[in-house]
Design a protein around this ligand. Structure first.
Ligand code: ZN
Length: 111
């Protein structure tokens, strides 16, 4: 996933390292595996709403450090979650673009 410079800045902070450590201490098991009945140790912390979705630096900072936006995952699940998000993200972009084109066509040819 492409990371923007605010993300890089926010993730290389003592605050993030501490929070990440706290989350993994609190959730030693992968939350996604647990839901599916597996047990794997969590090694990574996932942002449910990607930090890059924030429109301003403040919003990115909020997403980065919001404990409710975080999930403890094993490496495999983290990769899977991002693959799924990437797919749905691409799909959403494609749909938006298609709608935009349709609205232009409608405007110029149908009205
Ligand atoms: Zn897992």
């Amino acid at each position: 996933m492409a990371k923007d410079k605010d993300y890089i800045k926010l993730i290389h902070t003592p605050r993030w390292l501490r929070l990440r450590h706290d989350i993994l201490t609190e959730h030693p098991l992968c939350e996604r595996c647990e839901k599916e009945g597996y047990v794997s140790s969590a090694t990574e912390v996932h942002h449910c709403t990607p930090v890059e979705c924030g429109v301003s630096y403040d919003e990115k900072r909020r997403l980065m450090y919001d404990p409710l936006n975080l999930m403890a995952l094993c490496h495999d699940c983290h990769v899977k979650v991002h693959t799924e998000m990437g797919r749905s993200g691409k799909e959403a972009t494609r749909r938006r673009n298609a709608e935009h084109v349709a609205s232009i066509i409608k405007k110029f040819f149908c009205d």
